[in-house]
Ligand binder design. Structure first.
Ligand SMILES: Cc1ncc(COP(=O)(O)O)c(C=O)c1O
Length: 399
């Protein structure tokens, strides 16, 4: 076999696998409804689209610095000042091809073989695989439904060893939409202060898609600004400005780490697309009006989805604080049969639901927690109602 050991271990994205199956059924003429997508179904922000077109027409289409254009890095530093009250220079920002590459590069530049990365479960699917690709060891910190899928200070501390290097915090979370309160963050910060070797990767990708009036998720650095030199923040244009296909993300944090990430990017992808950086700059400085509309729409969608899911038998749903997912408890539907086929876990549930009712939902097992599925509510309400109706029919047939 010619492939490297590292590559042989690499799994393909489970959500992409489900999507491929869904596409095949669609091609066969089936009316497939996907509740699996991790992106908004509304359009990218107008200010971004206009700026991208103008930039292309003006010829702003060549290589730019590996860490991104100055005006964008300055806008990111300014927004961070506004959101967190902390000063960062534009040199402490690096712009990447999507937030995903920021996380990837961050793990690559920080981890040595065997370094442990503390990952609360359920987690975003890519954290463990990216950790392993950097030769690190994922150490899972389980949360419970009783605790609204958030880990406690004691949970965190119980998993810290002398090999712990990094803690990944994602609030609001994909897949649950759970968001840590300032008090909860403070108690996590107290633990972090006792373990000075531990760095934090704060994945803030959903921090503006929240359902309270503030429009901004509470942050670890709100409650513990003294941890500033140990926290790398990741964010991007994908979710906030509905720009998933444009591939822009960024990291902001300690200079040494950010510079190393830039070096990593310069030797791999060179830089993020120039005109897309201009467009993202515009979205950050002029996108507030559109963002308010999106936040309101998202809240309405969330309330609608949480109300509608009550029509589905034998499932219960966590009421999310942010992002655009419903995390559904399906334990009452397990260890049953669908026309003779065993439904013992979330994968059996999801794949049979797709085969029988043409509805795509992501199994909780992919996020490291059995007994749940993740549904996206970034979908038009009539389709959502129809998907839930089909799910109910499916569940009523479980014996
Ligand atoms: C929790 C989380 N982090 C990071 C990302 C990366 O997003 P992007 O690479 O599109 O910026 C995603 C996308 O699904 C996500 O859900």
């Amino acid at each position: 076999m010619t492939l490297s050991d590292r590559t042989k271990k690499l799994k393909s994205s489970p959500t992409l696998e489900l999507a491929a199956k869904g596409r095949k059924l669609k091609a066969e003429g089936k009316d497939v409804i996907s509740l699996a997508v991790g992106e908004p179904d509304w359009d990218s922000f107008t200010v971004a689209k206009t700026e991208a077109i103008e930039s292309i027409q003006k010829g702003f289409t060549k290589y730019v610095p590996a860490n991104g254009i100055e005006e964008l890095r300055k806008a990111i530093a300014d927004t961070t000042k506004k959101d967190l009250g902390l000063d960062y220079s534009p040199d402490q920002v690096t712009v990447t091809t999507g937030g995903k590459f920021s996380i990837f590069a961050c793990l690559q530049v920080l981890l040595n073989k065997g370094d442990e990365v503390l990952i609360p479960t359920p987690y975003w699917v890519s954290y463990p695989d990216m950790t392993e690709l950097a030769e690190g060891k994922p150490v899972f910190v389980p949360s419970t439904e009783k605790n609204n899928f958030k880990i406690t200070a004691a949970d965190l501390e119980s998993k810290i060893t002398r090999n712990s290097k990094l803690f990944i915090l994602n609030s609001p979370s994909n897949p649950t939409g759970a968001m840590y309160t300032k008090e909860e963050l403070k108690s996590l910060a107290d633990i972090l202060k006792r373990h000075p070797q531990l760095l934090v990767l704060s994945d803030d990708i959903y921090n503006k898609l929240v359902f309270d009036k503030s429009g901004l998720a509470p942050h670890l650095l709100h409650v513990a600004p003294e941890l500033k030199d140990r926290v790398i923040m990741i964010n991007g244009a994908s979710k906030t400005y509905a720009m998933t296909g444009w591939r822009i993300g960024w990291a902001i944090g300690p200079q040494e780490i950010i510079s190393a990430m830039t070096k990593y990017q310069s030797q791999s992808v060179s830089c993020a697309a120039s005109f897309v950086q201009r467009a993202t700059f515009k979205a950050i400085v002029e996108g507030d009006k559109e963002l308010k509309i999106v936040q309101q729409k998202l809240l309405e969608r969330k309330d609608f989805a949480v109300a509608e899911i009550k029509n589905v038998q034998d499932v219960s749903c966590f009421n999310p604080d942010g992002a655009f997912y419903l995390w559904i408890n399906i334990t009452k539907c397990l260890n049953k049969k669908y026309e003779g086929k065993a439904i013992n876990d979330s994968r059996d549930f999801s794949y049979t639901l797709l085969d029988e009712q043409n509805v795509i939902a992501v199994p909780g097992a992919e996020f490291g927690m059995e007994g749940y599925i993740r549904l996206s509510f970034a979908i038009e309400s009539l389709r959502m109602t129809e998907a839930f109706r089909r799910m109910n029919t499916f569940i009523l047939n479980l014996k």
